[in-house]
Design a protein around this ligand. Structure first.
Ligand code: UDP
Ligand code: MG
Length: 322
């Protein structure tokens, strides 16, 4: 059987335990894509959900043939799910978006129009109004984007998450990179594609709760920093230098006290200084360990996800090894 021609547009949607959101997502996304005037596919990546997500996707697929589903064997994280989706999205344009309708699907039309009109390879959807997000989310996200812009430079659009449009050429560039599952919001701007942006107001989550608990947020932030900057390693040098200068000053004081004949009653300060230095050394070792473990992971070259099922394959199993 001959393979069908690739669609013009792919929409990649990572999902983790999104059973409550799927009906609303389908109800809103489908009419938009049906009316967009392009052939399309929706690549729903079920990131090892433990609720009814997998079953619901299979059901939805029965009367929506453009919906493809890929299931990962275990929860591998948002960025890994995106990687799986991008590797198996065949459209000339590929949009990635969240499942919870915080990224309004109506923007897809605008993003495609912007890319075509200005001949762009990447169009970011930038959140100009996040009042629907919690105060905690806004504050942590604000700090994250400020820090990451310092790392990547002004090429990184602030408040652009993973709602973006990529051209086929850009997707191919991403596919060829050796990274296992990069932080796309950092990686894409760093590659220097011809890019533009459209703006939107962040909506409330359509249903259910966030799938990004604090530990996943912290892990994304650390990954973003460590993968794109060696600055934390330089912190070790700085801390060491400060401690060294401090020690020199102490030596001068000690010598002066010795010359003056006063005995320094210094057990506590001695003990604290030792403890402090030991702590600084351990922190620095830990930082070094973080980078070494990242090198180790790259050398091992293990995939960051395993595909259990791909509805595009005739028997549902992976079509291409990943
Ligand atoms: N997600 C995922 N795997 C995870 C966590 C999240 O695929 O381990 C998906 C989730 O289903 C959603 C998107 O990533 O489609 C963004 O997650 P969420 O909306 O919960 O994050 P928030 O908007 O609260 O930052
Ligand atoms: Mg969300």
């Amino acid at each position: 059987m001959e393979a069908p021609p690739p669609p013009s547009l792919s929409v990649v949607v990572p999902m983790f335990n999104e059973e409550t959101v799927i009906p609303a997502l389908v109800a809103r996304l489908r009419p938009i894509l049906d009316g967009i005037g392009m052939s399309y596919e929706v690549v729903a990546v079920d990131d090892g959900s433990r609720d009814a997500t997998a079953r619901m996707l299979v059901e939805q697929r029965r009367d929506w043939p453009q919906l493809r589903t890929i299931r990962l064997r275990s929860n591998s994280g948002h960025q890994a799910a995106l990687t799986a989706g991008l590797r198996r999205a065949y459209g000339d344009w590929v949009v990635s978006m969240d499942a919870d309708l915080q990224d309004p699907p109506e923007m897809i039309t605008e993003m495609v129009a912007e890319a075509r009109e200005r001949d762009l390879e990447v169009v970011y959807a930038v959140r100009v109004d996040r009042s629907a997000d919690s105060l905690f989310k806004r504050v942590t996200a604000g700090a994250y984007y400020r820090l990451m812009r310092r790392v990547i430079g002004t090429r990184m659009p602030a408040q652009a998450g993973d709602f973006r449009l990529l051209s086929r050429a850009a997707v191919e560039v991403l596919r060829q990179l050796p990274e296992r599952s990069p932080v796309y919001r950092m990686l894409v701007p760093s590659l220097g594609f011809a890019s533009g942006s459209v703006t939107y107001t962040r909506e409330r989550r359509a249903a259910g709760d966030t799938k990004y608990p604090v530990h996943k947020m912290a892990s994304l932030a650390w990954q973003s920093l460590a993968d794109f900057s060696a600055a934390p390693l330089r912190v070790a040098t700085w801390l060491g230098s400060v401690a060294f200068v401090f020690c020199l000053i102490l030596i001068v004081f000690g010598l002066a006290a010795w010359a003056a004949g006063t005995v320094i009653p210094g057990w506590t300060s001695l003990f604290l200084a030792m403890l402090m230095l030991a702590a600084v050394q351990l922190i620095c070792l830990g930082l070094l360990g973080e980078y070494v473990s990242r090198i180790y992971a790259v050398v091992q070259n293990r995939p960051s996800f395993h595909i259990a099922y791909d509805s595009a394959a005739p028997d549902g199993t992976p079509v291409v090894p990943v």
